[in-house]
Design a protein around this ligand. Structure first.
Ligand SMILES: NC(=O)c1ccc[n+]([C@@H]2O[C@H](COP(=O)([O-])OP(=O)(O)OC[C@H]3O[C@@H](n4cnc5c(N)ncnc54)[C@H](OP(=O)(O)O)[C@@H]3O)[C@@H](O)[C@H]2O)c1
Length: 350
């Protein structure tokens, strides 16, 4: 490996293996920042892409990793808001330039925030994709049919905090990474009743984020949701799980014209629910339509973290840096990870 190279995790082919190999370190273009990645997180999409070889993956090797916590190494022309040595948090994107399963990566300065000292690099790495998925599903246009409204404004913008006081919402899978951030932003938006499903050993954690009711994920959901709603109208469900049974049960309670925001797959037959607006999303701030909300979020993320308004997931740090990713993903695929994020430190790659 030469001095202009780094170690990066390559998915080496369709249904292939994750292999650590040398790769050139990228140069930041104008408006971009080169970040030395101190911590990154494992996400379900990583093992799904390896296992299913989805059609959007056009060429291999493919580069994954969506979460960046690290230190600015170099800034591109025109970047004045960051300087070499700044501790930062940013969102990665799946390509050789922007993915986070490498020791250095590139992010546009619009989507980088300084990391306050009260959040460690390992904790910070648990945040970007989960928070982006919550924020884009709730506050961006996504594929909502005409006339169906996103929540507005987001809680960190003027008039957003507490705007939904008095409303009830259901989050399926509150202890997923996405669910934990969805609960937190819904709380900031003021929802009075935030009902979620999880294994009950995660109940205290989810209540600390703002859940008002935690229902055992294996309970009779219809009965428990009715009890929790206690006559309140349910206009919004956010699903971070993608399980057919729970989707069908929760949909029984959704008011006509309500929204079902699906971070994971919609497994029910949408045609059977003509009065429901299904909303799907792809959580990337590099999509032009989502760029502005990403810029808005990252402009306030430092303060949201410093004040504790947004808290990271609990984390477990794996050994061997990028070489530890494959084993960690197996644990996730086998449902052996509950209520926490698996983290690796690319700088510790042997
Ligand atoms: N659309 C997008 O762009 C996008 C972006 C990010 C993620 N996603 C998708 O969103 C989903 C969540 O991702 P994630 O990273 O947040 O997941 P995760 O943190 O890896 O999820 C693990 C959690 O899933 C929970 N869980 C599993 N089955 C459940 C069920 N039937 N009911 C309630 N909870 C259940 C477990 O909760 P307990 O331990 O409490 O039982 C566990 O804590 C995945 O399908 C992922 O692929 C989509």
């Amino acid at each position: 490996m030469t001095s202009s190279q780094q170690k990066a995790l390559h998915l080496d082919g369709p249904f292939g293996k994750f292999v650590v190999k040398p790769k050139d370190i990228q140069k930041p273009e104008p408006s971009e920042v080169l970040i030395k990645v101190y911590a990154t997180a494992l996400n379900p999409a990583d093992w799904k892409i390896q296992k299913y070889n989805p059609p959007f993956v056009k060429e291999y090797p493919y580069f994954l990793g969506s979460d960046i916590a690290g230190v600015v190494e170099e800034v591109g022309e025109g970047v004045t808001t960051f300087a070499k040595g700044d501790r930062v948090i940013a969102k990665g994107t799946w390509d050789d330039r922007h993915a986070s399963y490498q020791q250095y990566t590139i992010v546009d300065a619009d989507h980088v925030a300084k990391l306050p000292e009260n959040v460690s690099f390992d904790e910070a790495a648990s945040i970007p994709l989960g928070l982006a998925t919550a924020v884009i599903g709730l506050y961006a246009d996504c594929d909502r049919p005409q006339g169906v409204k996103k929540l507005q404004p987001p809680p960190w913008e003027a008039g957003g905090e507490g705007a939904y006081k008095g409303k009830a919402v259901v989050v399926l899978g509150g202890s997923t990474c996405v669910g934990q951030f969805t609960i937190q932003v819904l709380k900031l938006s003021g929802f009075s009743k935030i009902i979620t499903t999880a294994s009950l050993h995660n109940a205290d954690l989810l209540k600390s984020f703002g859940a008002t009711h935690v229902i055992d994920r294996n309970a009779d959901l219809v009965a428990e949701l009715k009890r929790a709603l206690d006559g309140d109208s349910l206009d919004l469900i956010y699903d971070a799980v993608g399980a057919k049974d729970t989707q069908a049960q929760a949909l029984e309670l959704l008011a006509p014209g309500g929204q079902f925001i699906a971070a994971a797959m919609v497994q029910v037959d949408k045609a059977a629910y003509p009065n429901v607006h299904f909303v799907t999303l792809y959580a990337s701030f590099r999509i032009p339509a989502f760029w502005p909300i990403g810029k808005s979020l990252f402009s306030k993320l430092h303060d949201l973290l410093l004040s504790g308004a947004i808290k990271p997931n609990n984390v477990e740090v794996l050994s061997n840096g990028l070489a530890g990713v494959a084993d960690g993903l197996k644990r996730m695929e086998n449902n052996e990870v509950s209520g926490k994020k698996l983290i690796v430190r690319p700088t510790e790659t042997p």
